[in-house]
Design a protein around this ligand. Structure first.
Ligand code: KIV
Ligand code: NA
Length: 265
């Protein structure tokens, strides 16, 4: 199989071919979505929410992200694998950011890292790139800043924040990011960024006029019941499927129907 590289992604933007991206946090799920043909797999720090049950992405550690990242990479033959730098592993200074990025690359064999922010992290982006590590940016609703925002509502609805977002996107492109995620911002603003920048813009809650889309796998498969923002399309109700299967198993165990004659030695 021909592997997806950052170069392939920029060619896709040139050709107007949309980029598909999903999260995964473990070997088995990564293998399924890679074989299904997904272009990019994000080992998101959303693992903090959907894998560990935390309220925010803040508690997850670099060691935990590395465990998830290495597990995903072992399941992937084709997709580009990006691992999130978790909260606290890069904000201190650019040297700390580089050390964290190097640990991810060495200990997971992923293809790239992602971090949140614009101007505030440009120096770190530059330093990580100088070590030959591809960097994906992330602007808009950046969940590691939830305590600053105070709410998960749509970002950059006001002119000042929209203007800063456009400036930040240009700064990240100039610094050398190979792509940027835009999360939960007006579709019109996202479209403008995708048009002004030459690198691929991947949206989540950022409308259809960007270069690709990303969703959290637990959300799009309907494993989560509670989380239903407007941008989320559920492609399956896995919660109901699993509940049904587990219910059948429980009934079979209780009734003595499982195991049968052929299911024993
Ligand atoms: O952690 C994550 O899942 C993400 C995506 C929502 C872009 O950063
Ligand atoms: Na993330």
């Amino acid at each position: 199989v021909k592997r997806v590289t950052t170069h392939v992604l920029s060619e896709m933007k040139l050709k107007g071919e949309k980029i598909s991206m999903l999260t995964a946090y473990d070997f088995s799920m990564a293998q399924i979505i890679d074989n299904a043909g997904i272009d990019v797999i994000l080992v998101g720090d959303s693992a903090s929410n959907v894998m560990a049950g935390n309220e925010t992405t803040l508690p997850i550690t670099l060691d935990q992200m590395i465990y998830h990242g290495a597990s995903v990479v072992r399941g992937v033959d084709r997709a580009l694998v990006v691992v999130d730098l978790p909260f606290g592993s890069y904000q201190g200074n650019s040297k700390e950011a580089l050390c964290s990025a190097i640990r991810i690359m060495k200990e997971t064999s992923a293809d790239a890292v992602k971090l949140e922010g614009g101007r505030e992290v440009v120096e770190s982006v530059t330093r990580i790139l100088s070590a030959g590590i591809p960097v994906m940016g992330h602007l808009g609703l950046t969940p590691q800043s939830i305590h600053k925002f105070g709410t998960y509502v749509v970002r950059a609805q006001e002119d000042a924040e929209a203007k800063k977002l456009i400036e930040d996107a240009h700064l990240l492109e100039e610094a050398g990011c190979f792509a940027i995620v835009l999360e939960k911002i007006p579709a019109k603003l996202a479209a403008q960024v995708a048009k002004e920048l030459t690198i691929p813009i991947i949206g989540i809650g950022a409308g259809g006029s960007v270069d690709g889309q990303v969703l959290v796998i637990h959300d799009m498969l309907g494993i989560n019941q509670e989380f239903s923002p407007r941008f989320l399309r559920r492609y399956h109700n896995l919660y109901a499927e699993i509940t049904g299967a587990v219910g059948n198993y429980i009934n079979d165990v209780k009734s003595g129907n499982f195991p049968n004659e052929r299911e024993q030695y």
